[in-house]
Design a protein around this ligand. Structure first.
Ligand code: AMP
Length: 421
């Protein structure tokens, strides 16, 4: 039987792995500049954590979690980061010192239908900012998002924003929305008919054309939000304009997770690099969630980028490949000297040591060519007798013979040679 990777998972290697690491380093650099500290949480959590935070009626809890078959089915691979970070903060008393700003980077697992930009094991990098209710904290996150995207040279994006009100306001809105959809039930898609009683808000971001047409006539959440909140939202938009952060209001944006309130947003790719999956990331405020878990009133806001999607859109050049020099000899005594030289050589070069001293010169060159060496050093019996080494520039084909009295000086001589060519 052929053993294959599990549906929706993929191997990441070569340039792709470099790209993922590059994104991780940019993310960690930029978040630490803003005072976020990294946290790592386990890949497994109690199922009830997500039922209580993300919500019983969310797609994640309803059908997307990878449950681990222990006795009670009570463990799951984590489908998202916020709930785990929150659990970790409560368990480790991290909320004793506020404000608190945390970041995370790692794999998440959701049983979704795999397609371009959508996997069953995918990576998210995100932040959570606890303890600040002002729109300054919201703005800080948007600035962070735009800085990270700029560093990754991702310019074709827009941040869609919406204000979904406080929990009470949203409950009022949901009642009216339910009544509207109930009256027009025949015009709803089959999927949305099911959502009518379980999660009426989700009908608003349905991709089905029938629902989209009907949604043009729905009551809007804006009309349910208090005046003070509306003014704050306007001020927030003015600041986004001043900071040149591209955004637009999407009154139908609700996000699929129960814990959000007030500001929600999604970072949308406009370059068509992602096919039908256009969201590079998303987030929002969740001011009530911590109270539900710990009785502490702590406002919070967070976002997560989908790293796999950033990888598909990132145009930033990866750091230049270092110059690669391949060391080869038919003299076995030289191999340990080569290895010592490699160990001490400056890190901006890549010194490759061919450990096989039994190869012919032809095979040594073929090997060096295969690994894309820029220079090849060869020391055969002839050179060894004469205290010399040969170095060939693989691009120009020029071969140079260099005198050397002690082979343990080869590192220094190579550096001198590279300086003069
Ligand atoms: P969410 O937690 O659903 O708001 O997701 C935040 C971001 O994670 C999304 O905007 C995507 O960029 C990314 N994401 C979510 N689900 C997947 C998936 N199955 N595969 C790849 N990326 C995903």
């Amino acid at each position: 039987m052929k053993i294959q990777s599990i549906k929706g998972t993929r191997d990441i290697f070569g340039v792709n792995l470099k790209l993922k690491r590059f994104i991780e380093s940019i993310f960690l650099d930029e978040t630490s500049k803003f005072g976020f500290q990294e946290i790592e949480t386990p890949l497994m959590e109690d199922v009830s954590l997500f039922k209580r935070s993300v919500g019983e009626s969310s797609d994640i809890v309803q059908k997307e979690m990878f449950l681990i078959n222990d006795d009670k089915d009570s463990i799951t691979l984590r489908p998202e980061g916020t709930a785990s970070v929150l659990r970790a903060c409560i368990e480790n008393s991290l909320f004793d010192k506020l404000p608190l700003k945390l970041s995370y980077f790692g794999p998440m697992f959701r049983k979704e239908k795999p397609q371009k930009g959508r996997y069953r094991q995918f990576y998210q990098c995100g932040v959570e900012s606890f303890g600040e209710k002002t729109y300054g904290a919201d703005l800080e996150l948007f600035l962070l998002i735009s800085n990270i995207l700029k560093k990754l040279n991702i310019t074709d994006y827009i941040i869609e924003i919406n204000n979904i009100g406080t929990n009470d306001e949203r409950e009022e809105y949901k009642k009216d929305l339910y009544a509207f959809f109930k009256q027009n039930e025949d015009s709803l898609s089959e999927e949305s008919k099911k959502r009518l009683s379980s999660n009426v808000l989700r009908i608003l971001d349905s991709k089905d054309q029938k629902d989209i047409d009907l949604c043009l006539k729905v009551p809007l959440i804006q009309n349910y939000i208090g005046l003070e909140q509306q003014n704050e939202f306007l001020k927030f938009q003015e600041m986004l304009l001043k900071l040149n952060i591209p955004f637009k209001i999407n009154p139908f944006l609700v996000r699929g997770l129960d814990y959000y309130s007030d500001l929600v947003f999604e970072i949308i790719d406009t370059s068509n690099n992602l096919g039908s999956q256009t969201a590079l990331g998303g987030g929002g405020r969740y001011d009530k969630l911590i109270e539900d878990f710990s009785n502490k009133k702590i406002p919070a806001i967070g976002f997560a980028f989908g790293v796999d999607r950033l990888m598909l859109c990132c145009k930033a050049p990866l750091t230049n490949n270092p110059i690669k020099i391949s060391l080869n000899s038919t003299i076995s005594d030289l191999i340990p000297i080569f290895l010592k030289t490699k160990n001490e050589f400056p890190e901006n070069f890549f010194l490759d040591v061919n450990l096989n001293y039994n190869l012919s010169f032809k095979k040594m060159f073929q090997r060096a060519d295969k690994i894309s060496s820029d220079y090849v050093v060869i020391i055969g019996e002839n050179e060894y007798q004469k205290n010399q080494f040969k170095i060939k520039n693989m691009k120009t084909g020029i071969e140079t013979v260099v005198d050397i009295s002690d082979y343990s000086d080869i590192g220094q001589l190579l550096l001198n040679f590279l300086k003069t060519t």
